[in-house]
Design a protein around this ligand. Structure first.
Ligand SMILES: Nc1ncnc2c1ncn2[C@@H]1O[C@H](COP(=O)(O)OP(=O)(O)OP(=O)(O)O)[C@@H](O)[C@H]1O
Ligand SMILES: [Mg+2]
Ligand SMILES: [Zn+2]
Length: 593
């Protein structure tokens, strides 16, 4: 006799053999017992979970000559014929290959003849969603008023494609994926009957790969048995299911968490040489990230279908997996999936992303979760404001000693100008976020973890502040900070901070305040601001005294005017020229901080 695939050999023949669908099988049995069988059923659910099998068992139960409590005997002529597919009273058609109106018309004709030797004429239409619109229409009539002896059982994996007119005429049953426990015990019992040895880890691996579909699990089992010469080991299962790819993703994920950047180029090279799809590899890394997070927060893996080797793997990485790091990693990887869609340089995009991921801690110094954030914010906000800042080439700011050597008259002048600027502009302390918002916490983290980002954010105006949407805007003269925050590392760091705080994908909008349009318009406004400055100054001082914030647009106008004034004054300043010479750099910008 030719070999019968396990999935067919072990097709459930009774209601009790159908796993994970107890609710459905008992309802169907009750309906028979109570004589409340309706004329149309629709079985929906994922592939390979027992829809067709249940339809056949139900048909047997309905037509069995000796049913036992609504269960088919499995031995009478009718039962045997239905099992063997030869019953004249049970018509099984495949909707995928009989989709047209003609087929449905002939079905309608067939329905007109009473059952040959059973109580019911049962029509099972598999993959019913494949029928054409006309076919559905043709079916509708029969469904409306079928002969008493007719029962339709439709099965589909895609109930959304079925017209509501049909849906509303059927009793619907939703089949579930098979649970790990039921699948595990079913596979073990089948292997026992087949006398085949197996390793538990191998079964777990097969179960996970079949995603709740019993047919897939049994087909995989068939393949592994054939490949392993009758033995099911993790080794041959791994090989057959392409687990070598997953070893590679294990290595990449572990190199990222352990920050072993030096290992990554070789690993990426292997990915390339094996021709593994980068998107697929990224998906594997995302799954690792998710499993790791669940392991960190709950001390167990998400599901029982993990092999003991996988448990060891995640537990060995736990020490390197801080939650904040995983948040950031998750974000980098989900962004990578998107980047890969639009890039012609998949390898480089992937390589950069994983290297960046391995450097998360240094990009954003998040390892110390317990740092007294509040204290550092306080310190940052109350720190003395430097009057003159400069390009990175001349870090005068970091060298207070130099300020002391400033000639008294010049330093006085600068101080005066700066004082004026300070008086003219809004105070630096940053806008407070709303209570339900995330902005204040974002600033807290930024101030303690990344002063540079914090400094940029100080110039932003808060527009919307919720965990769903954070919108900030920069005034035109802060285009530099705006551009910085929108690009490169700063952007990633800022997004990471927001993600850490909100713990969700907050929509972030960073805009440049274009109220002040082109330079001409800007000059006009500056001029206007100059004229109106006493008035506006008044506003500012009121705001300062009451502690409320003034409309920033106004203060930006003043600030830009004041800064320009200051720049004019210090342009030919001897001291600054001297400072440039001594420090071997060039002052390219002076701003009020
Ligand atoms: N609930 C279940 N209990 C036990 N075995 C099952 C179950 N579901 C599926 N199987 C196994 O998978 C095989 C296929 O099942 P079946 O044809 O009933 O699935 P289906 O839901 O109709 O799938 P499809 O949507 O792909 O047609 C069966 O022969 C059986 O071996
Ligand atoms: Mg089916
Ligand atoms: Zn029977």
């Amino acid at each position: 006799m030719s070999y019968l695939a396990l999935a067919r050999k072990y097709r459930p023949q009774t209601f009790s053999e159908v796993l994970s669908q107890d609710f459905i099988t008992s309802t169907l049995q009750n309906a028979i017992n109570m004589g409340r069988v309706t004329h149309a059923y629709l079985f929906t659910g994922p592939r390979g979970v027992g829809k067709t099998s249940t339809a056949r068992i139900f048909a047997k139960a309905l037509n069995c000559q000796n049913p036992v409590q609504a269960a088919p005997c499995g031995e009478c002529d009718n039962c045997l014929e239905i099992t063997g597919g030869t019953s004249l009273d049970v018509i099984e058609i495949d909707g995928a290959s009989n989709r047209g109106v003609e087929e449905i018309r002939s079905l309608r004709e067939a329905v007109k003849f009473v059952p040959v030797k059973s109580k019911y004429k049962i029509i099972i239409v598999d993959e019913v969603h494949m029928l054409t619109e006309q076919a559905f229409n043709a079916l509708l009539k029969t469904l409306e008023e079928p002969p008493e002896y007719v029962i339709f059982i439709f099965a589909t994996t895609d109930q959304h494609k079925i017209p509501v007119t049909i849906l509303s005429r059927c009793q619907r049953y939703e089949f579930k994926k098979i649970s790990y426990e039921e699948m595990n015990s079913n596979l073990k019992s089948i292997l026992g009957k087949e006398n085949i040895e197996y390793e538990n880890d191998a079964l777990n691996y097969i179960i996970r790969n079949s995603d709740g579909c019993m047919r897939d699990a049994l087909s995989l089992l068939d393949q592994v048995i054939a490949y392993g010469g009758g033995k099911i080991t993790l080794e041959n299962t791994s090989y057959l299911l392409g687990i070598t790819d997953s070893y590679l993703s294990n290595d990449i994920f572990s190199a990222i968490l352990k920050e072993e950047t030096e290992k990554l180029p070789d690993l990426v090279k292997t990915v390339d040489e094996k021709g593994i799809d980068y998107k697929y590899m990224t998906e594997c890394l995302i799954e690792h990230c998710r499993n790791m997070m669940i392991y960190v927060v709950s001390n167990k893996l998400p599901g029982s279908d993990f092999t003991s080797r996988e448990e060891e793997y995640y537990s060995s990485l736990k020490a390197y997996a801080e939650k904040a790091k995983l948040y950031s990693l998750f974000q980098i990887l989900t962004k990578l999936i998107n980047d890969l869609k639009y890039s012609d340089f998949a390898r480089y995009v992937f390589e950069f992303a994983v290297i960046k991921a391995a450097n998360i801690s240094s990009i954003i110094n998040i390892l110390d979760n317990s740092s007294p954030v509040a204290a550092s914010v306080k310190k940052a906000v109350s720190a003395p404001v430097n009057k003159v800042t400069e390009s990175a080439a001349i870090p005068v700011k970091q060298e207070p000693a130099r300020e002391e050597t400033v000639k008294p008259e010049i330093s006085e002048k600068i101080a005066d100008t700066a004082k004026e600027v300070e008086k003219d502009t809004e105070p630096v302390p940053v806008l407070k976020g709303s209570e339900e918002g995330i902005w204040t916490r974002v600033l807290n983290i930024a101030s303690s973890k990344n002063p540079m980002i914090y400094a940029m954010l100080q110039h932003a105006k808060l527009i919307e502040d919720t965990a769903e949407h954070l919108a900030i805007s920069f005034p035109l003269e802060r285009k530099f900070q705006f551009t910085q925050l929108k690009t490169g590392n700063s952007k990633d760091i800022f997004e990471n901070i927001v993600f850490m705080v909100s713990e969700k994908h907050t929509k972030i909008d960073i805009t440049l305040d274009n109220n002040i349009g082109d330079s001409k318009k800007k000059a006009d406004i500056d001029e206007g601001a100059e004229k109106k400055s006493p008035d506006l100054k008044g506003n500012v001082s009121t705001a300062e005294s009451t502690g409320t914030s003034v409309k920033r647009v106004q203060s930006h106008k003043i600030e830009s005017f004041a800064v320009q004034k200051m720049k004019e004054e210090v342009k030919d300043n001897e001291f600054l020229k001297m400072a440039e010479k001594e420090l071997g750099g060039r002052i390219i910008n002076i701003e009020k901080n």
